[in-house]
Design a protein around this ligand. Sequence first.
Ligand SMILES: O=P(O)(O)O[C@H]1O[C@H](CO)[C@@H](O)[C@H]1O
Ligand SMILES: O=c1cc[nH]c(=O)[nH]1
Length: 291
Amino acid sequence: MPIKESELILNPDGSVYHLNLRPDNVAKTIIFVGDPDRVEKVTCHFDSIEFSTQKREFKTQTGYYKTKRITVISTGIGSDNIDIVLNELDALFNIDLQTRKPKKELTSLNIIRVGTSGSLQKEIPVNSVLVSEYGLDINGTLQFYVTDKISHSNIENAFINQTNWSKNKSNPLAIKSSEKLFKIFSNKNTYKGITVTANGFYGPQGRMLRLPIQDPEINSKLEHFYFENLKITNLEMETSGIYGLSALLGHHAISLNAIIANRPSGTFSENPSKVIEDLILYALNKIVEQI
Ligand SMILES: O=P(O)(O)O[C@H]1O[C@H](CO)[C@@H](O)[C@H]1O
Ligand SMILES: O=c1cc[nH]c(=O)[nH]1
């Protein structure tokens, strides 16, 4: 049965609904950034750009960095947007948009997030780079999918017990990064760990301005969480969604975090642009050399 028009929505020009992209606009290696202005901070290093478009917060450019065709797309803020971006990107490659049927031969994408994040460990300072070994979803997006084959219940149960996680919050899901990409992007200078993906920047990341939060001790609990040799290292808003949907759809994903805040010491980078710029170049060169 073809997928109905209300489920897979195409624009009059045949592009997918939110991203405004057609299959030939997108490379198989895709860099995700949050901020639409960060797209050009990546593509300014390209040798050529063949395609650009933007709809809402989703800005896309495709071109060549050295010998490699790469697409850069901004996802905006939050896992709700990741749900849109990953489903529509996957549709571009793995659903025949004419017949509206899934293809028999599926394409696996390489997805590299270049994002910013706040460290939860004193010894992971601002201006460092962290590669997320796991994404821990506390925002509920992945709970709408069937995740039992990709989630790690031993980590999730340890998390619920150690944090005395409220039943009123969505159940956490722990999802592993792509082993292939983790090996490529981590090195002796990068940190690694469990990245918690929250559904907000303030209360959901333990920040209190004027409003009290349900668990004022949550960040200290995250900081002290352990499971075997794993620690929770940082907080941001997209990684677990990218890991979960990529794993379910058969794509490889890795999340690279420029650490711009250190929550236990209360510090913020004096020059966040520099660590992001360095991370962009690091990611581009690894892609060309090893993907
Ligand atoms: O720098 P980006 O990629 O946007 O990532 C982080 O910054 C935003 C919050 O300021 C959230 O999207 C968070 O995940
Ligand atoms: O603390 C931080 C810093 C960047 N992005 C986040 O989501 N949290």
